[in-house]
Design a protein around this ligand. Structure first.
Ligand SMILES: NC(=O)c1ccc[n+]([C@@H]2O[C@H](COP(=O)([O-])OP(=O)(O)OC[C@H]3O[C@@H](n4cnc5c(N)ncnc54)[C@H](O)[C@@H]3O)[C@@H](O)[C@H]2O)c1
Ligand SMILES: CC(C)[C@H](C(=O)O)[C@@H](O)C(=O)O
Ligand SMILES: [Mg+2]
Length: 370
């Protein structure tokens, strides 16, 4: 039986609560005998800072580099607002992404049929929605240098962030988007701001060339990123795959989350390039949402984004596609039966807690697999 090594990094706030549920799902698949999942836990984010003054230790980084997949909860929270910038909780996530070279971030926004009324948009706009945001994750303004606050001679301060992209960085993320679109509805929308930014001009040129030379069977359109945000709430089903840079992808995916009912519904996969000899990709799976300090510790967080992120690990890291489909059907099944955490509950329904949602998904897996 194939054995996979997972590193579980629950993080802070609701990260620990949702990780408890996904662990039960991992154990369920392990017990089913399709593969064996070995895992260990470690600290990351604010909890790691509290323990050893760094948001991620070198030992944790070494384990992450060696793992078949990292399963990540969420980091951050008001407790660490005052810690130095370089060791703030979020720095851990950025270092993991950069050092594991996880340049391709897949953020699918799917509106489950039972949740068509949970979105803040009208049912007809979101019913049947299935779009995929492909976000570049290791470049752009997140990592460009210089990145600093300097004090000028006159005593004023100047803050600088640098938006920086090279043509190979754009080429490889474009290919990921086009390849994924080929297996879907063969449409890619590339979002940038070529009207204002040089990086947008280059992004547009490279995506156009890759599309023309290598993916003539995939329809490509270009959209300015601000218009794309507007189109996502106006007529989201016009899109299939959206490819965009690191910062626009961050923002557009939070917008897309609300189309599905809640930020608590959106999973993600962060993937590196396939290894030249083994074909394996480094990977990290995490919900799109954060540590939700406003609801942390109450046992009411929605664990679906976290559980569906493990579903993406089954699909993209372990090649267990039937199992990934089974987990998706289990999630759809509990929603169809009316189970709702508070974030997706509609007026008049009684919400369930995090553990009850985990229980229901496990029970549904049992039903669907017998
Ligand atoms: N990947 C990550 O670790 C990650 C991602 C985003 C934000 N953050 C960090 O999280 C902290 C809080 O950020 P924020 O409040 O802007 O964003 P957030 O995503 O944590 O929360 C935004 C809103 O969505 C709700 N929400 C989020 N996930 C939910 C879930 N699973 N179930 C139910 N409701 C959910 C929250 O209660 C909150 O009202 C910050 O420190 C931020 O930097 C971390
Ligand atoms: C926590 C933060 C660094 C992160 C980002 O900005 O990429 C988050 O918002 C996300 O969407 O994954
Ligand atoms: Mg974000």
């Amino acid at each position: 039986m194939t054995s996979f090594n997972l590193l579980l990094l629950p993080g802070d706030g609701i990260g620990t609560e949702i990780m408890a549920e996904v662990k039960r799902v991992i154990d369920w698949f392990g017990a089913r005998g399709v593969a064996s999942f070995e895992y260990e836990h470690d600290l990351v984010g604010g909890s790691a800072y509290d323990a050893h003054g760094k948001a991620v230790s070198e030992a944790t980084m070494a384990k992450a580099l060696a793992a078949d997949a990292v399963i990540f909860g969420a980091v951050g929270g008001p407790k660490w607002d005052g810690v130095p910038y370089d060791v703030r909780p979020e720095a851990a996530l950025l270092r993991l992404r950069k050092d594991l070279a996880l340049f391709a971030n897949l953020r699918p926004a799917i509106c489950y049929p039972a949740l068509a009324d949970a979105s803040s948009l009208k049912r007809e706009l979101v019913e049947g929605l299935d779009i995929l945001i492909v976000r570049e994750l290791t470049g752009g303004v997140y990592f460009g240098e210089p990145k600093e606050i300097v004090t000028l001679e006159n005593g004023q301060k100047r803050a600088v962030d640098t938006q920086l992209y090279t043509s190979p960085e754009i080429e490889r993320i474009a290919r990921v988007a086009f390849d994924l679109a080929r297996a879907r509805n063969k449409r890619v929308a590339s979002a940038e701001k070529r009207n204002v930014m040089k990086s947008g001009v280059l992004w547009n040129q490279i995506v156009t060339r890759v599309g023309k030379e290598e993916y003539a069977d995939v329809a490509l359109e270009h959209v300015l990123a601000d218009n794309c945000a507007m189109q996502l709430v106006r007529r989201p089903k016009q899109y299939d795959v959206i490819v965009t840079d690191n910062l626009f992808g961050d923002i557009l995916s939070d917008v897309a989350a609300m189309l599905t009912g809640s930020l608590g519904m959106l999973p993600s996969a962060s993937l590196g390039a396939p290894d030249a000899t083994t074909g394996r990709r480094k990977a990290l799976y995490e919900p799109v949402h954060g540590s939700a300090p406003d609801i942390a510790g109450k046992g009411i967080a929605n664990p679906i984004a976290m559980i569906a992120s493990f579903g993406m690990a089954l699909r993209y890291s372990f090649g267990l596609v039937a199992e990934a489909d089974l987990l998706d059907r289990a999630i759809a099944g509990v929603l169809a039966k009316g189970l709702r955490t508070a974030d997706i509950a509609t007026a008049g329904t009684t919400p369930c807690g995090t553990t009850a949602m985990g229980d229901a998904i496990i029970a549904e897996l049992d039903i669907l697999s017998t």
